[in-house]
Ligand binder design. Sequence first.
Ligand code: NOJ
Length: 492
Amino acid sequence: MREWWRDAVFYEIYVRSFADSNGDGFGDLPGITQRLPYLRDLGVDAIWLTPFYPSPGADHGYDVSDYVDVDPLFGTLDDFDELLASAHATGLRVIVDIVPNHTSSAHVWFTGDRSRYVTAPATGSLPNNWPSNFGGPAWTLDAERDEYYLHLFAPQQPDLDWHNPQVHTDFDEILRFWLDRGVDGFRIDVAHALVKDAALADEPEPFPVTRFSSEWRNAIDRPEVHDIYRDWRRLTDSYDGERVLVGEIVFSDQTRVAPYLRPDELQLAFNFSLVFQDWNADAIRESIDSSLAALPIVTWVLENHDVTRIVTRFGEREARAAALLLLALPGPVFLYQGQELGLEEVDLPDEVRQDPIFKRTRGERKGRDGCRVPPPWTRALPARSWLPQPATWSAKSVEAQLEDDTSFLALHRRALELRPSGKLRWRSSPHGALVFERDELVCVVNVSAEPMGLPKLAPVLLASEPLGDKLPAGAAVWLRAPGVEHRAGPEQ
Ligand code: NOJ
């Protein structure tokens, strides 16, 4: 039987923002439980919860101070159990975020003897040339202890030393804690970076000037990291129910991701290649083809809590077309909360921005707050929310969109209902178009600047906007291909 995650649509819930049950302006676990029927009706298969563990919040939960509890801001362990039980009763799987690269500096491991961390003696100069992903050097001097400690992210996120066997034992216990409670798997934060070069050698310069700041050649992506995932896979496989491991592995070249997906390692890894494409047919097609060629199973992502929303990247119409492209592709898809509502990146005033990226680069990089604004549930926007919602979001609210057959939400619900199966086969297409079939469905996306003709006689299953006899620029359509037989067999 085919494992559930092979074709699943995962819905990312940024817990701090998704749904606020007590009016304090922050999302929480009971809020998610209340909204499960919405997610069931949307048609997703699984939810991914971003970190909800106790945390000082320096990186909004990606700085964990206790891996086996719930932050009071988000609820209690009982709330978690209730959420999990309700999700399962609703037919939704739940994966939780695990953050094994670093902890919070408030974790007792760090305030205590610090033996689980990467540190280096204070000799007067930085231990090496590694930069932090969030700006500045990756080392902070602790004058009291007379040592540097490593942080690939903010100084409040010290990196664990995975050369220490104790760290392995600790994380086995943490994974068991959540597996025993019944989670369906884990999303592994910065999965390629856990093990650092033991010699702490300088990374060869120049550093890549791409958006993939993790694309170092020596410091991370070390062979030893694969032993961790072999151990974790043995552990999750010892539980019933097809638990899944999803790695956040960030490289522009997907062939570097492939080793993580060997049969005894992770089942899935995010494939971010579409996230960094412009609205350009050749670039998108190349990105799809190279991902399919490089990886045994390919996931598809257009948005998450770290990147600019597609309405802002591509434009509103194009974002609707992109939804049809995304949901026609073969394999698991990750949707980010609010993507189904067509929310745009919010241009927040600097004084409300909270992302450590904004703070550490002194505003040079705006950071990720603009895609983390709580989504609007009702036309009347709540009085409090930790990042302000634009007044225009009243019209984009779930309440408003549920009443409109032409809404972004309606388009997503229908697409999720009609999602095709079968292998992807490209069809010949005019320049600037993407045309492929999967079993009896043909997906046509007009990425050019001109309207294009549509095949005659092919019934329209779904269109990103009302169509005449042409497909407008920036539009997409799903057609039923006449005479195309259903082909059984493996899809990827
Ligand atoms: C990746 C997460 O998606 C991001 O939000 C976080 O800041 C970094 N990892 C560090 O944990």
